[in-house]
Design a protein around this ligand. Structure first.
Ligand SMILES: NC(=O)c1ccc[n+]([C@@H]2O[C@H](COP(=O)([O-])OP(=O)(O)OC[C@H]3O[C@@H](n4cnc5c(N)ncnc54)[C@H](O)[C@@H]3O)[C@@H](O)[C@H]2O)c1
Length: 334
């Protein structure tokens, strides 16, 4: 790894992956500016050394912020992250995930910022992959507007590389989980299950629970972002563990951690849901000198403990089954 950039602009830096990443970058002594309009901020404070501009990435104000800050690199995390929401509102999704990315690429080129790193999605881009773990050379075949938008944005990265001289890299994350993830929304089976357990509701398993995901811990992803910023790698790189874990095993592990006395409830699977995903992470090891270090069991334990500490008057372990407390259940889980 080279010394890398000193001034880094992080879009979406107030979100789940953003806060962990900004903390990691600030701990390395980097000067960090966050652009985030806070529409889906995770609520955790940013380190004192990081500044924030609360503007929409699609706005002229955001472009002006990039011009004033003159970053050495942009890490573009801001996004509409809900797959189900993208199905309900594909144009709204494209506005943030395609137009917002193009706006930030253009701002990067105009501000003379040579390096642009983009948070893409290995879970959404490949669709029903013929090979698991899935390598980057697999032809993308997204099943959702969200995945299509990430793929379109990657296309713009390539064009800005060829025609505007930017050095660009798309990191295709697998299923990221960990402290501060939103467990009240529609995605993130780990966060949703933690929320349900801590509010005394039975965890839900979709379908038979045997569908598998590549669960990668958020602090490992923050480390991958740092390695990417310090590398000159271009193109696409999968960020995951390479290991497929079944949803049922993950939910059962959280039930054990919560000492929950009840059982999970089975709900219908989603039509069109990808059955199995796991990413081939050989390229990340070679080009970024990065591998995920956190075993799923350890990551789940840290995540559940964090959710327990953040839950007001959290229910003591084991008392959840009968309590029936808490918010309305989220409409969907992963
Ligand atoms: N969480 C995952 O499992 C996962 C997997 C693959 C890819 N990703 C990608 O990683 C990135 C970060 O994901 P996350 O889970 O931290 O999401 P998040 O929703 O927690 O964070 C996104 C942040 O972007 C901000 N934002 C959204 N639209 C904005 C806009 N128009 N202008 C300014 N700010 C805006 C939100 O306020 C939020 O703070 C996203 O690009 C997401 O698509 C996430």
């Amino acid at each position: 790894m080279s010394g890398g950039p000193r001034r880094v602009l992080v879009t979406g830096g107030a979100g789940f992956i953003g806060v962990h990443t900004v903390r990691r970058l600030a701990a390395e002594g980097l000067k960090v500016l966050v652009i985030d309009d806070l529409r889906h901020a995770c609520g955790e404070p940013l380190p004192g050394a990081a500044d924030i501009e609360a503007v929409d990435i699609t706005s002229a104000a955001a472009t002006a912020v990039v011009g004033r800050f003159r970053p050495d690199a942009i890490l573009h995390l801001a996004a509409q992250g809900g797959v189900s929401r993208s199905v309900r509102d594909p144009a709204g999704d494209a506005m943030v995930n395609v137009v917002g990315t193009v706006t930030m690429l253009r701002a990067s080129a105009d501000a003379g910022c040579p390096r642009f790193i983009f948070a893409s999605s290995g879970g959404a881009i490949y669709g029903r992959a013929p090979r698991i773990p899935t390598p980057e050379r697999t032809s993308p075949a997204p099943l959702s507007p969200y995945g299509a938008a990430k793929l379109a944005a990657e296309g713009y990265l390539g064009m800005f590389e060829r025609s505007f001289g930017l050095s660009t890299l798309a990191l295709r994350y697998s299923n990221v989980y960990g402290p501060f993830q939103d467990g009240t929304g529609e995605a993130g089976v780990v966060a949703i299950t933690c929320e349900r357990l801590l509010s005394g509701r039975p965890p839900e398993i979709r379908g038979d629970g045997q569908q598998t995901r590549d669960f990668v811990f958020v602090e490992d992803v923050a480390e991958a972002n740092l390695h990417a910023l310090r590398s000159d790698a271009r193109g696409t790189i999968n960020i995951g563990t390479g290991i497929a874990s079944s949803v049922r095993i993950v939910v059962d592990e959280l039930i054990t951690l919560a000492a929950y006395a009840g059982t999970s409830s089975i709900v219908d699977g989603r039509p069109g849901e990808v059955r199995d995903t796991a990413l081939d992470v050989t390229r990340a090891a070679k080009r970024l000198s990065w591998v995920a270090r956190t075993a799923v069991r350890d990551g789940l334990s840290q995540t559940f403990e964090s959710f327990r500490q953040r839950t007001p008057a959290s229910i003591p372990a084991g008392a959840g089954a009968a309590a029936g407390l808490g918010r309305e259940p989220p409409a969907e889980s992963e």
